[in-house]
Design a protein around this ligand. Structure first.
Ligand SMILES: C[S@@+](CC[C@H](N)C(=O)[O-])C[C@H]1O[C@@H](n2cnc3c(N)ncnc32)[C@H](O)[C@@H]1O
Length: 242
C-alpha cells in the first residue's frame, strides 16, 4: 500500500473540517442509513478526530475507531474521555488490514477516508469491511464521489466548481490550483472514485443491496449489506400434509 499523507500533522485542520456544516450533514445522513441499534458494534474506518465515532458511541454498545494516524487516535481518545464515553476503542491500523476477527461487527462506517486509497486498496478495504461484518451487516461510506479519470458530466461539473471557487480566492487560490495540478500529474493527489465505480466495486466484493446517494456537492454516500447467513431469509417450506 502506498503511504498516504502525513495525517499526524493535520489533526487541527481535520477537526475544523469535521466541525463544518457539510460534514455534520454527512454524519446525520450516515447515521440514518446505518440504522444503529443499542446492542450494535460499530467499526469506523479512518475515524480521524471522531466525527462518526463519537456520534455512534452515544447510540451503540461499542465503537472500534480505526485510523492509521497515531495523533488522530490520541486526539479522539481524549475527546471520548472528555465526553465520558467509555465505549470507544481507538486502534492504530490501516483500512486494508483491520485487526478484528471475522463477523464481529454489525456496522462498518467511514467518512472521507477512502479517497486517500488507490482503487486497488479501496477494494482491499471493502473486502476487509465485508470480512468483519456479521451476515446481513450494514456498510455506509461517505466520501468525495467523482472521478478525475472517467470524467462524466457530474465529474466535470465538480472539478469545474472546485476550480472556480479556488480561482475566486485570487492568487492564493490560483497557487493551490497549480500545486494540485502538479500533485495530480505526479500521482500524489487524492484518488476519489465516482458512483459507477462504487456501485461496481461493492457488488464485485460481494455486498448486496448496494445504493449510492449523490449529494449536491462533490460528495456521495454508498451503502450496502453483507450477505445474510445462508437460509436466513428463505421462506420455510410448508410441511407436507400427513
Ligand atoms: C479527511 S480525514 C476524515 C476523518 C473523519 N472520518 C471525519 O469524517 O472527520 C481522513 C482520515 O483517514 C485516515 N486515513 C488515511 N488513510 C488511511 C488508511 N489507509 N487507513 C486508515 N485510516 C486512514 C487519516 O489518518 C484521517 O484521520
Amino acid at each position: 500500500m502506498r503511504a498516504s499523507k502525513n495525517w499526524d500533522g493535520r489533526v487541527a485542520s481535520a477537526e475544523l473540517v469535521a466541525r463544518s456544516d457539510g460534514f455534520r450533514e454527512l454524519r446525520e445522513r450516515i447515521l440514518v442509513l446505518a440504522e444503529p441499534l443499542e446492542t450494535d458494534t460499530i467499526v469506523d474506518v479512518g475515524s480521524g478526530t471522531g466525527l462518526l465515532s463519537l456520534a455512534f458511541a452515544e447510540r451503540v454498545e461499542r465503537v472500534w475507531a480505526i485510523d492509521s494516524s497515531r495523533a488522530m487516535g490520541e486526539y479522539l481518545g481524549t475527546k471520548a474521555a472528555s465526553a465520558t464515553l467509555k465505549n470507544i476503542e481507538t486502534v492504530l491500523a490501516s483500512a486494508v488490514s483491520l485487526p478484528l476477527v471475522d463477523a464481529s461487527a454489525d456496522i462498518v462506517v467511514s467518512n472521507y477516508c477512502m479517497h486517500e486509497l488507490l482503487d486497488t486498496d479501496k477494494l482491499r478495504a471493502l473486502a476487509e469491511a465485508k470480512r468483519v461484518l456479521k451476515p446481513g451487516g450494514r456498510l455506509v461510506i461517505g466520501d468525495m464521489m467523482f472521478s478525475l479519470r472517467a470524467m462524466q458530466a457530474r465529474d466535470r461539473g465538480v472539478v469545474l466548481d472546485k476550480l472556480r471557487r479556488l480561482a475566486g480566492r485570487g492568487l492564493p487560490g490560483l497557487w493551490r490550483v497549480v500545486k494540485n495540478v502538479a500533485r495530480l500529474a505526479g500521482g500524489r493527489w487524492e484518488h476519489p472514485a465516482n458512483a459507477a465505480w462504487w456501485q461496481r466495486a461493492l457488488s464485485e466484493v460481494g455486498f448486496e443491496r448496494v445504493q449510492i446517494e449523490i449529494l449536491e456537492h462533490e460528495g456521495g454516500i454508498a451503502s450496502a449489506r453483507a450477505p445474510a447467513a445462508p437460509g436466513a431469509d428463505e421462506p420455510t417450506a410448508p410441511s407436507a400434509p400427513r
